[in-house]
Design a protein around this ligand. Sequence first.
Ligand SMILES: Cc1cc2nc3c(=O)[nH]c(=O)nc-3n(C[C@H](O)[C@H](O)[C@H](O)COP(=O)(O)OP(=O)(O)OC[C@H]3O[C@@H](n4cnc5c(N)ncnc54)[C@H](O)[C@@H]3O)c2cc1C
Length: 466
Amino acid sequence: MEYDVIMIGSGPGGYTGAIRCAQLGLKTAIIEKYPALGGTCLNVGCIPSKALLDSTEHYYNAAHTFAEHGIKLEHLQVDLAQMIARKASVVDQTTKGITYLMKKNKIDEYHGVGSFVDPHTIKITKTDGSEQTITGKNIIIATGSKPSSFPSMPIDKKRVITSTEALTLKEIPKHLIVIGAGVIGAELGSVYARIGAKVSFVEFFDSMIPTMDKTMGKELQKVIKKLGADFYFSHKVTKVENKGDEVVVSMDTPKGEQTTLTGDYCLVSVGRRPYTEGLNLEAAGLKTDERGRIEVDEHLRTSVPHIYALGDVIRGAMLAHKAEEEGTFIAETIVGQKPHIHYRLIPGVVYTWPEVASVGYTEEEVKKEGIPYKVGSFPFKALGRARASMDVDGLVKVLAHKDTDEILGVHMIGARAADMIAEAVTAMEFRASAEDVSRMSHAHPTYTEAFKEACLAATDNRAINI
Ligand SMILES: Cc1cc2nc3c(=O)[nH]c(=O)nc-3n(C[C@H](O)[C@H](O)[C@H](O)COP(=O)(O)OP(=O)(O)OC[C@H]3O[C@@H](n4cnc5c(N)ncnc54)[C@H](O)[C@@H]3O)c2cc1C
């Protein structure tokens, strides 16, 4: 069978790109190694983690805030098996939705490991060992990523686990040690802290979510501390050992002393690595860089012009919506259009509660690049909407250019920040100034008023409600 485009991998980058190719009239095939489509994001990433975050947040509120709202509950219990079953059903419905979309767009779906035979030919090896080859005028590698680890932290998937196992635990850990307080560690750590686990975060850097604006890390630590979590910042893990019913984590303190933590589970969330195993890249004349990523140019083309790559397997943020934009970008490039992705305006979100969301420059980056800037910030506790819902933790911080007032970065921690950040992205895509946003009407009472107020604060300190 011959195709205009063969997509290898069906994650958010792969399935979005395949749909856009089909919309543009290209005869398209998609190959997925696993039975379900949707990749990391739908099966063991974004969707299942958000399902568990939502369930555990409901429980936490029922246990801690409902009484103040005037709702009395007795005999409140966590049914972890039901939480995990609901999550599985959300995943099932979502992945089936992708199968439906493939059919609707007349995309041929193949299941098996795709590997290059030559630059235009892909062999598909199914689980029963049978093989089939298909050819493509264009090939897109969208094979994503896998959790990474260090030799000192051997993953056994029982006590020393990755995010994948953390999404299907059969019991609530008594003491969960989370190595890496980045986005995935913060999210899954808060899932179990909310339902009663003692959670300890061990982080090599000096704050939570260390790649985001420093203010966000500090604020997030404050709210996660309320869940009873402990933090070991600037600690270097030297050894993780499964001792049967316990895990012992050895680490160096900032003072260079050695110490240990003992828990019943250890979640290793130290990042993800690009996944290219089984692709037989050599047969296509392709190589990976020193970090295992497939190298691409600004058109997302590899060194072989008809082979493209996207998402977690190439450079840039490992985010579902970044992969999606790249899938669309490649499809449009193939048909001769001139698409564009503004990488700095891809938002980053942490789905803790409150949520953290960010777009553009961090304060650390503007300082480093010597860009003259001013800051406006506004706390959630000064918002009527936040007080009504009792979600008063957090703030919005706006960085604007000192001379032109153009918004350079927006960093939010607070209720519904994940949804609110879209307004900041829109404003920044249109190169709005802080004053532009502060002169736009925002419905009252809403959380979005915090963004308007932070923009007012950045515009000559004009915030009204503080
Ligand atoms: C716990 C967790 C939570 C996350 N939460 C979020 C979030 O809230 N928001 C967000 O933006 N991002 C989130 N991410 C990251 C997000 O999942 C990834 O950035 C995204 O899935 C990358 O998409 P992709 O299309 O590049 O690859 P993937 O989603 O990794 O998909 C790649 C697919 O390719 C398949 N494949 C690999 N090799 C082959 C082969 N040789 N042949 C056939 N098929 C192959 C794989 O089986 C897989 O299905 C999360 C990740 C994790 C682990």
